[in-house]
Design a protein. Structure first.
Lengths: 117, 115
């Protein structure tokens, strides 16, 4: 079974600065997807960025980028030019591409991000 | 267009009572997922439906939990004889299909409190 670990329960950043959230995972699969989701107080889960394991190039979406280290099983999220609206709980998630339970997402415990003005 | 909707938004029930939580997926989405989120924790997979295939129930924590879905429409998650440890936010998601390349869109969740 796959596991996802986020070792930072809380992080904080000054507005306009850069912050990096960490995530490690464990799997025996060679191909899979990794995701970062944002959950504001409204509880609505919002997909921030995703990475396909077979792609070596790190995914980027505007101010959000990832550092994907497949051999180290590490998948960190970098938020540049942080904004007050970035404050939320962030979850790292894993999804298999094949196998019997490819439909489900496996989540980490989450990191609460606070943005200071 | 309309997103995933869930009802009720909040539910308070007494220990031992049964509860039903409802999820309306995005129209045309054949896959539907249920997750549980305990306070301050990540989401735990419960069950997913893909079209008319047998659902993947591998995440259901006990036989008190069950879910139904008729065709590609509404799903209901039922918890029988609720316990205090069932208190959590229950989130539903849907996607075009269950293929991994398709994004799961989440609803706002139902917060269940068992007293």
């Amino acid at each position: 079974a796959q596991t996802v670990t986020q070792s930072q329960p809380e992080m904080s950043v000054q507005e306009a600065e850069t912050v990096t959230l960490s995530c490690t995972y464990d799997t025996s699969e060679s191909d899979y997807y990794l995701f970062w989701y944002k959950q504001p107080p409204s509880r609505q889960m919002i997909l921030v960025i995703r990475q396909e394991a077979y792609k070596q190039q790190n995914a980027t979406e505007n101010r959000f980028s990832v550092n994907f280290q497949k051999a180290a099983k590490s998948f960190s999220l970098k938020i540049s030019d942080s904004q007050l609206g970035d404050a939320a709980m962030y979850f790292c998630a894993y999804r298999s591409i094949g196998g019997t339970s490819y439909g489900k997402l496996t989540f980490g415990q989450g990191t609460i991000l606070t943005v200071h003005p | 267009g309309a997103g995933v909707s869930q009802s009720p938004s909040n539910k308070v029930t007494e220990k031992g009572k049964d509860v039903e939580l409802r999820c309306d997926p995005i129209s045309g989405h054949t896959a539907l997922y249920w997750y549980r989120q305990r306070l301050g924790q990540g989401l735990e997979f419960l069950i997913y439906f893909q079209g008319n295939s047998a659902p993947d129930k591998s995440g259901l924590p006990s036989d008190r939990f069950s879910a139904e879905r008729t065709g590609e429409s509404v799903s209901t998650l039922t918890i029988q004889r609720t316990q205090q440890e069932d208190s959590a936010v229950y989130l539903c998601a849907s996607s075009l299909t269950s293929a991994s390349s398709y994004e799961q869109y989440f609803g706002p969740g139902t917060r269940l409190t068992v007293t």
